[in-house]
Design a protein around this ligand. Structure first.
Ligand SMILES: [Zn+2]
Length: 342
């Protein structure tokens, strides 16, 4: 077959499958239940042989956010291999983050600390970008950048090590998203300061509990409480698991309702109601460390319990969509603008 006839065939195929995809999407947007959404999403994906559904839109359509650049940041992190706290690979991520962030011209601070964990005392490092504002008050954005070293098998209940887990979505995607957000916000000085935190040690070192998880965000919240900066934080927007090709975002129930509304209304205004759904979910995450200390916080987290690869070795680069990264990045940029106007 010539490449021309291949092209004709592909065009014909796309024209033929397009109505099926649209019907599926329409049906899913009329339904509020997650179960009703599943088949439509699956049929739209399998009917797209060219994978163009995952291509990033031009940056000017997503507030300047470049989904291709963000995807490259995910690929770079995955290339370092598994990146649990205290590993040689996470040191490579730290170097990469610092060199990228500094290249954007931002002020970058690091907080190196140690944590006592079930597997011993580990060195950890939070990295925080600080963009000054004109008035007192801080808008805080955050992500974790470490990857899980173990997981609990839902069938056997046993905790097992994951030596091959590369965490493309968890936490490659949100780390990539924040890098791209920093690149765009570095040069902009708004009414309030914007701080972007990259947390170490979100994942459990052995098995998730209040003491074995969220080491980096607990460290930062405690430190800001001591030095008096915590009360300056007007809002904390956390991103986690934000790059999946089939990602859907549900309203996280422990998050501050007004902030959930702000982010979801922003997403709706931008035309993203198809992936920012109104169903509720609950997640324990780095926002808890700030919520506990009275900081209004929202966790924008992909529906990980349904993605089929969460905390498994299948969380690999092929699960990541530049388009999803750009969509969520756009929502974060616009939400910051919204918060700057208040
Ligand atoms: Zn995780």
């Amino acid at each position: 077959m010539t490449s021309f006839s291949k092209l004709i065939l592909r065009v014909a195929l796309v024209i033929w499958i397009l109505p099926l995809g649209l019907t599926g999407c329409k049906a899913s947007s009329n339904e509020s239940s997650r179960a009703a959404n599943q088949p439509a999403v699956v049929s739209a994906d399998t009917s797209n042989p060219s994978q163009t559904a995952d291509d990033a839109p031009p940056p000017e359509k997503t507030g300047g956010f470049d989904g291709k650049r963000a995807f490259a940041h995910v690929a770079k992190q995955v290339g370092f291999g598994p990146r649990p706290s205290g590993s040689p690979a996470i040191a490579q991520v730290q170097e990469y983050l610092l060199s990228e962030l500094k290249s954007y011209g931002c002020t970058v601070e690091t907080d190196a600390f140690t944590s006592d964990t079930p597997i011993g005392r580990l060195a950890m490092k939070n990295i925080v970008v600080k963009i000054p504002g004109e008035k007192p008050g801080v808008i805080l954005l955050g992500t974790h950048y470490d990857t899980a070293r173990s997981a609990r098998d839902p069938r056997t209940g046993e905790v097992h090590p994951m030596p091959t887990f590369v965490g493309a979505d968890d936490a490659g995607s949100s780390t990539a998203l924040m890098l791209e957000v920093v690149r765009l916000l570095c040069a902009q000085h708004g009414k309030y300061a914007v701080w972007i935190a990259f947390f170490d040690g979100e994942e459990a070192m052995h098995d998730w509990s209040d003491t074995d998880s969220r080491y980096g965000s607990r460290q930062m919240a405690a430190r800001l409480s001591t030095n008096g900066d915590l009360k300056k934080i007007r809002a904390f927007l956390l991103a986690d698991i934000v790059g999946g090709r089939k990602a859907r975002f549900l309203r996280e129930s422990s998050s501050t309702p007004a902030l959930v509304d702000l982010v979801w209304n922003t997403a709706a205004k931008l035309g993203y109601s198809g992936i920012f759904l109104n169903d509720a979910t609950s997640a324990q995450d780095d926002h808890d460390s700030f919520l506990k200390r009275g900081v209004p916080s929202v966790d924008v987290i992909g529906d990980f319990s349904n993605n089929g690869y969460w905390h498994t070795p299948q969380d690999s680069l092929d699960k990541i969509s530049p388009k999803t990264l750009a969509t969520v990045g756009h929502v974060f940029l616009e939400s910051v603008k919204e918060l700057q106007s208040k």
